[in-house]
Write a protein that binds this ligand. Structure first.
Ligand code: UDP
Length: 379
């Protein structure tokens, strides 16, 4: 008999498992995949830690979370500065003085601010009601047209005037020459990959309780399988999709899915940066990730790594059988989630957590913070 059955070995499940075992509990962690670490899973190819389920750059202002994870890994000093490629024109991201200079030839912050203000006025926007209006009021029409419109429509599969404005507020706009994508005090990638960090969380020999991990186990494969697993534990922490748990009985929540085409190239340096976003509407992929540049200090002359691994990222609407990535946090889905949440609250034995369990566009640090809170309140 276990104290906790944890469904899903991603960040939420693994942090909760660690905390439970630290409190002396007996924990069983299962995952339907054959690997731990959920979507932060990294796999070594050609000596490079490849982000198999998409690029993950850890960043946070939460010192407690940073120190917590630092028990299990050393973060390198990677700083995210993606490049935007619009039909062969390259721009610095996030929107900063290098971007404004390239776009308009402006030199001072004042000139840049005036240009943005002028374009915002011409568009007649006072109170932005959707992503398109929010973007134009933040950076003006030129940047919206070249760097935001196509990329966002590809990523979300919806026109920008039908998307909520909060999505674009994730991106900083700076009147300085700072092209660090994140406004965070702490940033980095775990040395040796995320998988190792999560493995250390689950295998810590200092734990007073114990954690058993079983991979390739599908909790929702059948009602019998679920019942049998449930019967082995006092409590269940479920981190899969909330609508799947209830067999989609109120209807499907919508997700955006992502498909990756990963290839090894016989060159040490393909694009000179970890992330290049293709911001026009015609290029079918949203971005290309060159994984070796996440590992700060790798030699660009190829002395250490003569090859490189790249992933083209394609965004698509989720359909059953695909991996759900991004919850679509619009009104319609929010209302459906609220109904599922009521059902979830009535499941006395089960705690729902994480990006899929709470249907929330969570960053990694917020997931870890939520798992720590959840553990503190429940264990
Ligand atoms: N975005 C954009 N152009 C870019 C990068 C981002 O318009 O080159 C917008 C887009 O709407 C996207 C949002 O900013 O959905 C958030 O981007 P972020 O990079 O935070 O997304 P994530 O890394 O979570 O996929």
């Amino acid at each position: 008999m276990y104290d906790y059955l944890i469904v899903g070995a991603g960040l939420f499940g693994s942090v909760f498992a660690h905390e439970a075992a630290r409190a002396g509990k007996k924990v069983l962690v299962i995952d339907k995949r054959n690997n731990i670490a959920g979507n932060v899973y990294t796999e070594k190819m050609e000596g490079i830690n490849v982000h198999v389920y998409g690029a993950h750059i850890f960043h946070t202002n939460n010192k407690k979370v940073w120190e917590y994870l630092s028990q299990f890994t050393t973060f390198n000093r990677f700083t995210n500065s993606p490049v935007a490629n619009y039909k062969g024109e390259l721009y610095s991201l996030p929107f900063n003085m290098y971007t404004f200079n390239k776009m308009w030839g402006v030199v001072t912050p004042q000139e840049a601010a005036e240009r943005i203000e002028q374009q915002r006025k011409e568009a007649g926007i006072t109170e932005p009601k959707n992503l398109e209006e929010q973007a134009i009021s933040l950076v003006g029409t030129d940047i919206y047209e070249k760097l935001i419109k196509g990329y966002t429509q590809k990523q979300w599969g919806r026109p920008c005037n039908e998307l909520p404005s909060f999505i674009i507020k994730r991106l900083p706009v700076r009147l300085t020459f700072d092209n660090n994508y994140f406004n965070a005090l702490y940033q980095g990638i775990p040395e040796g990959g995320y998988t190792k960090m999560v493995a250390n969380m689950l295998n810590d020999s200092e734990l007073s309780g114990s954690i058993e991990v079983r991979l390739g186990v599908d909790y929702l494969a059948s009602a019998d399988a679920k019942e049998e697993l449930d019967s082995q534990a006092e409590k269940v922490v479920y981190t899969g999709a909330i609508d799947a748990y209830f067999d989609y009985k109120l209807g499907n929540l919508e997700y955006r899915s992502v498909r990756f085409e990963t290839e090894t190239l016989d060159t040490p340096n393909f694009q000179g940066n970890a992330a290049v976003n293709y911001t026009d509407a015609e290029t079918p992929w949203t971005r290309i990730i060159e994984h070796k540049w996440f590992e700060f200090g790798k030699d660009e002359n190829g002395d250490d790594l003569p090859k490189t691994v790249i992933s083209r990222e394609y965004s698509s609407e989720w359909k059953p059988g695909d991996e759900p990535y991004y919850p679509v946090n619009d009104e319609k889905n929010g209302a459906l989630y609220a109904q599922y949440k009521e059902l979830a609250d009535a499941e006395r034995k089960v705690i729902f957590g994480g990006r899929l369990g709470e249907y929330k566009y969570y960053d990694m640090d917020a997931v870890v913070a939520a798992a720590l809170d959840c553990a503190a309140n429940n264990i």
